[in-house]
Design a protein around this ligand. Structure first.
Ligand code: ZN
Length: 247
C-alpha cells in the first residue's frame, strides 16, 4: 500500500518542472543512491520499495492477454517550441501536445530517455527507450513507451541530438517538428498499470509500450550514452498483474 496520497497538482508540477529548484533528495543509478536504495532516501520515495505495482516490467509476450476492447492511441502532436533539459539523471524534453485514448483527452507534459530501454520484452532490453508522459486534468498519467534499436539515423532526434546540454540543468531551446516523427507506423501496444520509474515511484501510471521499435544510429546512441550510459531502473516484480495486448 502507498500510504501517502500525492495531490495531482503537485505530481504534475514535479513532472513538468526540471529537478532544479525543488528540494528533493538526489537519486541516481549507482552507489548509495542506486535504484535499490531509492525507497530509503526519503519518506516521499517509500513507494519505490514498498509499492506493489511498480515499473518497468519485463513483458513476457506469451503471457500477455489480447484485449478485444483496447482503445486506440490517437496522438495529435504539432510542431512547437520545446526545452531540452539535462536533469542530472537524464535528458527531458518539455513540450506541449495532445493525445486521445479512446475518447479521453490527455496533454503531453514531457518526454525523456532511458539507456538501456527500461521495459524488457521477453527479457531483452532495447539500447534506448523514450517515455512520452501525458496527463489529464485529474492528474491521471499515461505514458507511451517507444523503443529504439540501432539502425538508420533517427530524423526526429537529429534536429536537436547533437546539441544536447552536457551539464546538469543545462537547457536548450529548440523548435521541434511534430513528435509523431518519433513514433513507429503502428501504434499497437502492450499495456499495464505501473508507476513512475523514478522517485517518488508513484503508482497508478498506465503504460502503453509500443510493439514496433524505431531506429537510432549507432552514432546517435553513442551521443546519449556519453552523457548517460545507465539511467534505467531494473525491471520490477509483476505481482500478479496481467499485461494486455492491443491486438
Ligand atoms: Zn521514463
Amino acid at each position: 500500500m502507498v500510504s501517502k496520497v500525492i495531490p495531482a497538482t503537485a505530481l504534475l508540477l514535479s513532472l513538468a518542472l526540471p529537478a532544479a529548484g525543488l528540494a528533493k533528495p538526489k537519486y541516481g543509478y549507482s552507489g548509495d543512491i542506486a535504484p535499490e536504495k531509492w525507497g530509503k532516501l526519503s519518506p516521499d520515495y517509500a513507494a519505490c520499495s514498498i509499492g506493489t505495482s511498480q515499473a518497468p516490467l519485463n513483458i513476457v509476450t506469451a503471457k500477455t492477454v489480447k484485449d478485444a476492447k483496447s482503445q486506440a492511441l490517437k496522438p495529435n502532436y504539432t510542431p512547437g517550441s520545446a526545452d531540452v533539459i539535462n536533469t542530472g539523471t537524464g535528458i527531458q524534453v518539455n513540450l506541449k501536445g495532445d493525445l486521445k485514448i479512446g475518447s479521453a483527452d490527455y496533454k503531453l507534459l514531457q518526454f525523456h530517455f532511458h539507456a538501456h530501454g527500461e521495459e524488457a520484452i521477453n527479457g531483452v532490453h532495447y539500447p534506448l527507450n523514450a517515455h512520452l508522459v501525458h496527463a489529464n486534468s485529474a492528474g491521471n498519467l499515461k505514458v507511451i513507451g517507444v523503443n529504439l534499436k540501432v539502425g538508420a539515423p533517427n530524423a526526429y532526434l537529429e534536429s536537436f541530438w547533437s546539441k544536447l546540454p552536457a551539464k546538469k540543468d543545462g537547457t536548450l531551446k529548440v523548435n521541434l517538428p511534430s513528435l509523431a516523427g518519433l513514433l513507429p507506423s503502428s501504434l499497437a501496444y502492450f499495456t499495464y498499470i505501473g508507476s513512475l520509474t523514478t522517485p517518488p515511484c508513484t503508482e497508478g501510471v498506465q503504460f502503453f509500450i509500443l510493439k514496433e521499435p524505431v531506429t537510432i544510429s549507432a552514432k546517435q546512441l553513442d551521443t546519449f550514452l556519453k552523457l548517460y550510459p545507465n539511467n534505467a531502473r531494473p525491471v520490477q516484480p509483476l505481482n500478479g498483474r496481467v499485461i494486455k495486448s492491443s491486438n
